[in-house]
Design a protein around this ligand. Structure first.
Ligand code: BTN
Length: 326
């Protein structure tokens, strides 16, 4: 979407109509440029009412993200982070990985209003929608070697779950390694990309995508069962409040991890694990699968399962788990 379309969107409101002429005057462009920009906005699943002689109004309230509002919600944790909100980017993870090469310190956070090429685990794509998703990535540096970073993806999932709990969003839990789920469906996804060697220092770009309010059309186009925050809550949720809550919990958990590794967080993670003590189906990178029971988590973040009386540790980026069919 072009910069003009974002500018038009920022001028639109849910409460009152604004005429095409007024939009053109405010933004210093022609009426036809405004019409074109409105089409671009509508193509992003943003519903706009139009009435002749009155102009345009958003069908639903839309909260565009502002750094100042995120800072206000973050309170005393704001100084730990350098947050930048981008109108549009292919992938916040990809951009942050590129920028990381230039020596950025821990705490750089890129947030995208519109992410057009979101990447997921195992080569999948991540779908999001303007105004109805949260897509953001955080850079953090560690003294530990790459092998110790397994717990980072788990602590990120826990940060999202904690944040949802503080906002009263019910039924939310983690599923190994780093999905956030509710009512058996995916609510948020996490993609961790690390750089560094076995002995350290290392850096991680940690990306989170949260389904806040996804249009039906997009939900049905996604090839796995998903759910959004809006369907778990009867009241609207502020994306600013949710993003700030995740960032606040994340910084707290990263500090704990830096002090004592994943072992300090393990019990809390297990308490939020939706598959704990459940029969599961483990799918391996080569497409084969086997049944097991999820029994715990190792201090490096590996999933501990029981298979035919033996305890096995699973710790590969290629592995995924789901509840076994009963
Ligand atoms: C998954 O569940 O497969 C992981 C999804 C991760 C999506 C987020 S959105 C922000 C960040 N940028 C990306 O391209 N991906 C992550």
């Amino acid at each position: 979407m072009r910069a003009l379309a974002f500018a038009v969107l920022r001028e639109l409101s849910h409460e009152r109509f604004v005429s095409g002429q007024a939009l053109g005057e405010r933004l210093g462009v022609s009426r036809s440029a405004i019409s074109q920009a409105l089409k671009e906005v509508a193509a992003q699943h943003v519903r706009i009412f139009s009435l002749s002689r009155r102009g345009y109004r958003l069908a639903e309230p839309l909260e565009l993200l502002e750094v100042e509002n995120i800072h206000r919600e973050l309170g005393d944790r704001a100084h730990r982070l350098d947050i930048e909100v981008l109108d549009e980017v292919a992938s916040t993870n990809t951009l942050l990985l590129q920028r990381m090469a230039h020596g950025l310190p821990s705490g750089k956070c890129l947030v995208a209003e519109l992410q057009t090429g979101g990447r997921g685990r195992r080569g999948r794509s991540w779908q999001s929608v303007l105004g109805g998703s949260l897509t953001f990535s955080l850079l953090w540096r560690f003294d530990r070697g790459a092998a110790a970073l397994g717990g980072v993806s788990l602590l990120t999932g826990l940060a999202v779950v904690r944040a949802m709990h503080t906002l009263g969003i019910p039924d939310v839990g983690v599923k190994w390694p780093n999905d956030v789920v509710a009512r058996g469906k995916k609510l948020a996804g996490i993609l961790i990309e690390t750089q560094g060697d076995m002995l350290g220092p290392t850096a991680a770009v940690m990306g989170v995508g949260i389904n806040v309010r996804l249009p039906e059309a997009l939900q049905s186009a996604i090839d796995q069962p998903i759910i959004d925050v809006q369907s778990l809550l009867l009241r609207p949720v502020s994306r600013h409040a949710l993003l700030a809550a995740v960032l606040r919990e994340w910084v707290g958990l990263l500090d704990r991890f830096t002090q004592g590794g994943f072992a300090l967080i393990r019990e809390e993670w297990l308490a939020c694990n939706v598959l704990q003590h459940q029969p599961i189906l483990v799918r391996q990178g080569d497409g084969t699968s086997f049944e097991a029971v999820a029994v715990g988590i190792a201090s490096d973040g590996a999933l501990m399962v029981e298979v035919e009386g033996r305890t096995v540790l699973l710790n590969s980026a290629e592995i995924s788990v789901r509840p076994a069919e009963s």
